[in-house]
Design a protein around this ligand. Sequence first.
Ligand SMILES: [Zn+2]
Length: 359
Amino acid sequence: MKDYKTIKKNTPSNSNYRDEFKFLLNKSNTNYNIFPKMRLRRLRKSEAIRDLLQETHLSINDLVVPLFVQEGIDKEVEIESMPGIFRFPIDSILQEVKEIVTLGIKAIILFGIPLKKDNFGNSSFDQKGIVQQAIKIIKDTFGDKLAVISDVCLCQYTSHGHCGIIKDNRIDNDRTLSILAKTALSHAKSGADIVAPSAMMDGQVKILRDILDENNYQDTLILGYSAKQASSFFSPFRDAAHSLPSFGNRHSYQMPFTNLREAHREIISDMEEGADILMIKPAIPNLDLIYSAKQNSFHPIAAYSVSGEYSMIKAASLNNWIDEVSAITELLTSIKRAGADIIISYHAKKMAEILSNSK
Ligand SMILES: [Zn+2]
């Protein structure tokens, strides 16, 4: 180490500690970091050592369960394209949430499926609407034990199935904003801890923050669906939430999956507008975006592992083509490794069971 000062002087001035350390190692003639002195397999030689050195740990606290509550049904209905996932009537939603809380999960995200739909999605802000009722009874029962996130969008509530109001065959961004704001306020009034605008309208986070603050809901968090892509992996959800657009597609508001730079602009605009949590959706096709969002912001990052990601694993495991337990463990851990602090997944309940059993 006697010539450390000389070495330090010769290292690039912008080097960090790790670079200097690497430089020192390379200077030595010990070759400790080259085979055969270095053998990485030593790190994997027993289960105890592997456990000791495990870098990424998925926790039950990371998981959020998506739940569908539907008006006009009297028992739960399994979603054909998502085996094991159900739409619940209001009467049995509490039983399901109880199971989720018993598993140790700390959050759910709620989607409502109303009976009444119209061109403007007016039932989305009905204080007696299905999702508002569900939020209220869940919060009345579980209080602060469980964080309730509510999805704020219009596609389940409009007769045309689009996420915004239509004028001259186009989505009218600014008219949609006022309905989204009313919807978010109705959720906050029912007790939602977090409102999650998912329509991909410009300005949706700002208008929600404004209306919440004006009505004394300063403590209601906003989870922005910051970079939500027009993804083929959403198809089973549309079956689940009855939200297939009756014409056209969502390409004029949801992002193209090809554009990473644009995704960052969406993320930055949500930060500027006051989002508390930034979300990327879908998750698996976007591990690079999750990683770079985590590196470039100090906000918590959420990732939504969507219906199609669930259905692929489920279909393969039902056919015995893949082992469900190891596949979902690997999939969800990879999302965390990429940088997600919060993972919304239809596998969440199963994952929580796996994590409890492995303790
Ligand atoms: Zn929508």
